[in-house]
Design a protein around this ligand. Structure first.
Ligand SMILES: [Fe+2]
Length: 190
C-alpha cells in the first residue's frame, strides 16, 4: 500500500487556475470558522472542475509507484494551498486525518472514499480500532468539504482509468510537507 504521495512538483498555473486561486483567497479572507470556510471554498471550486483548461497535461501526470501530488499554489501568508492529486488505477492513501480544513473536487475519473470512526480502547489505548463509518463514490464534478476533528479516511482510485482531483487545504502544505496530521495503523474495517 502506498504510504505517501510521490514528490511534489511545482507547476505554472493556467489562467483559469489563477481565477480559482483569486476566488479561494476571497472566501478564506472572510475569516469564517474552518468548516464554513471549507464549504465556501467548495462553492468556489465546483464550477471550475469540469473545465478542460483547469490543469495542464503535465499536472495530470501520474506515477506508476504511488499517487502523485502536483503543487498548484501556496498562498504566501500560509492561509491555504492547492494541489492536484493524480491516482492511477488501484492507488490509494493510508488511513489518515488532516492538519486543517480540506476541500476536494474530482476533475477526472472517480474516487472512492472510506470514512472511519475511532473507537477508543481501554487503559493505554489497548484495543482501539477504526470502525467504518461510511463509503462514498465521487465521480468527476463531486466536491466534498470537511474540517477536523472527525476527518479520518482513506481514498483510492477504484476505477479503471486515471483519477485527478484538486485539493485545497487551510494551511501551506509545502511548508508542512503534507496535509496529513496522522497516519493510523490501528486495526480497521476493510
Ligand atoms: Fe485525506
Amino acid at each position: 500500500m502506498t504510504l505517501t504521495p510521490s514528490p511534489t512538483t511545482a507547476a505554472p498555473p493556467t489562467a483559469r487556475l489563477r481565477t480559482l486561486v483569486d476566488g479561494i483567497r476571497a472566501a478564506v479572507d472572510r475569516g469564517l470558522p474552518p468548516e464554513a470556510t471549507a464549504w465556501l471554498v467548495a462553492d468556489v471550486l465546483r464550477p471550475h472542475l469540469a473545465a478542460r483548461d483547469l490543469v495542464t497535461p503535465a499536472q495530470c501526470e501520474g506515477d506508476p509507484d504511488r499517487y502523485r501530488q502536483h503543487v498548484l499554489h501556496a498562498e504566501p501568508d500560509g492561509m491555504f494551498s492547492l494541489v492536484a492529486l493524480v491516482w492511477l488505477p488501484g492507488q490509494e492513501t493510508p488511513i489518515h486525518d488532516h492538519v486543517s480544513w480540506c476541500v476536494t473536487g474530482v476533475h477526472r475519473g472517480e474516487e472512492h472514499e472510506r470514512r472511519y470512526r475511532l473507537v477508543p480502547g481501554g487503559t493505554g489505548g489497548a484495543g482501539a480500532r477504526l470502525e467504518a463509518a461510511g463509503d462514498l463514490v465521487s465521480p468527476a464534478g463531486t466536491v466534498t468539504a470537511f474540517a477536523p476533528p472527525g476527518d479520518i479516511h482513506k481514498v483510492r482510485n477504484g476505477s479503471a482509468g486515471t483519477a485527478v482531483s484538486l485539493h485545497v487545504y487551510g494551511a501551506d502544505i509545502t511548508r508542512l510537507g503534507s496535509s496529513v496530521r496522522r497516519v493510523y495503523r490501528l486495526p480497521a474495517d476493510r
